[in-house]
Design a protein around this ligand. Structure first.
Ligand SMILES: O=C(O)c1ccc[n+]([C@@H]2O[C@H](COP(=O)([O-])O)[C@@H](O)[C@H]2O)c1
Ligand SMILES: Cc1cc2nc[nH]c2cc1C
Length: 342
């Protein structure tokens, strides 16, 4: 069973010597210095994590959970859609299944807290959905620990099977409300600045959603990251954070998806500050408020394609760039191969 605390304690910062060696190597490659722009930045970061960059066998780890706060009417959809989408993931019909196939990634679907049955999904269910964060804690501290450990376990399994990069993904009706609450609590941002349309909520329903987020944030007085996660989080956020911490402890790059994954990344960083060293931000979600979370982590995403789906899709779309960065530094010729002095 995963142990996120142990993994957190073992996270090493990126290796600065490997990064400066990679900068030198990049300058010896047969191209003008710096001309591969952000691909070079990526290669340097990967070298700091891994030594020789290798992001083969990417693994998409989708965590699904339900949210009691949906009873406030914060989503365009009902909770039943979460289990239906899990069925879709299991059958291979969701967007992430298609994108994962395109990039040669495996997909595992874990039920961490879906209300109801999810045949075919990996079951690590902590409970049947969280409490309504507007009026009560989402989960107990023990439940948060359990979800963190389950996520760590899932990442460990994928990495032991050969994954050199992980893409944590989410599914959970209501989870944009929960993500906004977590981001508000951790950034101090105003609720209107970090809440958006989610599945398509607008007008008076959006204002109601913002009121719900305000009620949730005002209800709590705790400051410890685990307490905040348990009060306001989703089980999928906790599991994704656990997966990120585990991957960081194993020097494995984490390609961060959109708004929900960034709220989970913020949780991972609050619980284990060095985990951030292993984040690569895949894309900027169209969900309002993603920018604020990214700013907080100093993240500059690779893509901005106006995606707002979750599931790991934006990160999957960005994966080819990360893979190219790793290939360039492994496969390009150096000037001395041409008999030229760099
Ligand atoms: O991650 C994102 O950028 C993102 C932005 C908007 C919506 N989503 C997805 O939409 C669902 C949550 O939307 P909502 O309106 O029910 O809170 C959930 O399953 C997320 O995966 C995800
Ligand atoms: C159909 C649908 C698919 C999703 N995938 C992630 N969140 C989602 C929300 C809905 C509504």
């Amino acid at each position: 069973m995963g142990n996120w605390r142990k993994s957190a304690a073992g996270i090493q910062p990126r290796n600065k010597k490997a990064e400066s060696d990679m900068e030198m190597h990049l300058n010896n490659l047969t191209k003008p210095a710096g001309s591969l722009g952000r691909l070079e930045e990526l290669a340097v970061k990967l070298a700091g994590m891994q030594g020789i960059p290798d992001v083969s066998h990417p693994a998409v780890l989708v965590f699904a959970g339900d949210h009691g706060v949906t009873e406030e009417g914060v989503s365009l959809y009902g909770q039943e859609l979460t289990s239906l989408m899990v069925k879709n993931f299991v059958q291979g019909g969701a967007a992430i299944n298609v994108l994962a196939k395109e990039i040669g990634a495996s997909v595992t679907v874990t039920d961490i807290g879906v209300k109801g049955e999810t045949p075919g999904a990996e079951s690590k269910k902590v409970k049947n959905g969280t409490g309504n964060i507007a009026v009560e804690a989402a989960m107990s501290l023990e439940e948060a620990e359990q979800a963190l450990n389950a996520g760590a376990d899932t990442a460990a399994e994928a990495i032991e099977k050969g994954a050199k990069l992980i893409i944590p993904g989410d599914m959970g009706i209501g989870n944009t409300t929960v993500s906004s609450a977590l981001i508000a609590a951790w950034t101090g941002a105003g609720v209107n600045d970090i809440s958006g349309n989610g599945t398509g909520v607008t007008g008076t329903q959006l204002r109601l959603k913002q009121d719900v987020i305000r009620r949730a944030v005002r209800r709590i007085s705790c400051t410890e990251p685990l307490d905040i996660l348990a009060e306001l989080g989703g089980l999928e956020h906790a599991a994704m954070a656990g997966a990120m911490i585990e991957a960081a402890g194993r020097k494995t790059p984490i390609l961060v998806d959109g708004f929900i994954a960034s709220a989970a990344a913020l949780a991972a960083e609050k619980l284990a500050p060095l985990s951030k060293e292993y984040f690569i931000f895949g894309h900027r979600s169209a969900e309002a408020g993603h920018g604020r979370a990214l700013e907080m982590m100093g993240g500059e995403p690779l893509l901005d394609l106006q995606l707002r789906l979750g599931e790991g899709t934006g990160a999957a779309a960005a994966y080819p760039l990360v893979s190219m960065a790793a290939a360039v530094v492994r496969e390009m010729a150096v000037f001395s191969d041409l008999g030229i002095d760099a």
